[in-house]
Design a protein around this ligand. Structure first.
Ligand SMILES: Cc1cc2nc3c(=O)[nH]c(=O)nc-3n(C[C@H](O)[C@H](O)[C@H](O)COP(=O)(O)O)c2cc1C
Length: 260
């Protein structure tokens, strides 16, 4: 199993990186206890020097490959798709994710129109000095859900300005629980049992892109994937219960009618 950790902090040895290391270590222990191996890869967004989205809408209206920013931002998509599991981690900056994490989300915003991550399970991680992480978690989960990913879990580590190395073992139990959530999601192929909210998000998108101009990039993408078929309930064949899928579809239709 391949797990890609994306770290939205410039501090390579900072709190967020340390918290992720703890989780990666726990994942390796969980895998080896079952005679399996985990391939952990870490990507520091600070090293990519991603430029901020210019808002030109080229990725939305023409194609993401035509983005005028040539800084490797696009390679991110392939790296995400190559992993079975993702750890998306950010420090909290003034109640939200860090600037580079938000830039990363914005640069991949075309995935909100053309979701691609329905086969990936994601663990969302924040590190914070002391305040709650709810707002930042909402930022992360909204993006990842809309990109089609399965949210396996969320964990927030309270670590002060920089947690001393000797205090890191106090995080072990929390890191273990978080690793367990991601590991179990991968073992059980939980992404094939999408949540109510994932199914509902799909339905809202389906109605939206069905109404997009025929021939547009988004409409074509949904058409070519078979996602506009009336019987299609999710990006991939799923094992959610028929009742959940029907209710989510109905709720998605209702919400779309109310807001458009
Ligand atoms: C610009 C900035 C803003 C921050 N805002 C908050 C905040 O709103 N609440 C909080 O508890 N900690 C805040 N912190 C502290 C960091 O979230 C915390 O120390 C985090 O673990 C740092 O992670 P890092 O070492 O990976 O950068 C802030 C730190 C910085 C540099």
């Amino acid at each position: 199993m391949k797990i890609l950790a994306i770290i939205g902090s410039y501090r390579k040895h900072g709190n967020t990186a340390r918290a992720v290391e703890c989780i990666q270590h726990e994942l390796e222990l969980l895998a080896s206890a079952r005679g399996q191996t985990i391939e952990n890869e870490t990507l520091f967004l600070g090293e990519l020097e991603l430029d901020a989205c210019r808002g030109c809408r080229t990725c939305f209206d023409r194609d993401e490959g035509k983005c005028p920013l040539k800084d490797g931002g696009l390679e991110m998509r392939a790296r995400l798709l190559a992993a079975d599991g993702l750890i998306v981690a950010s420090p909290i900056y003034v109640d939200d994710v860090s600037g580079i994490t938000k830039t990363w989300i914005d640069r991949l915003a075309f995935l909100c129109h053309r979701p691609a991550l329905a086969r990936q399970s994601v663990l969302l991680v924040t590190s914070v000095a002391g305040t709650p992480s709810d707002h930042a978690m909402r930022t992360l989960s909204t993006a990842l859900l809309t990109w089609g990913a399965h949210i396996a879990g969320q964990v927030s580590f309270k670590m002060g300005a920089l947690m001393p190395r000797e205090d890191l073992p106090t995080l072990d139990a929390q890191a273990h629980r978080a690793a367990r959530r991601l590991f179990d999601a991968l073992q059980r192929r939980e992404h094939e049992r999408p949540s109510f909210i994932s199914l509902m998000t799909f339905r809202i998108q389906q109605i939206t892109w069905r109404g997009a101009p025929p021939g547009s990039v988004d409409h074509n993408h949904w058409l070519e994937n078979g996602w506009l078929e009336p019987c299609c309930q999710f990006y991939i064949p799923h094992r959610a219960s028929a009742l959940k899928a029907t209710l989510a579809r109905w709720m998605g239709t209702l919400i779309t009618r109310l807001v458009t």
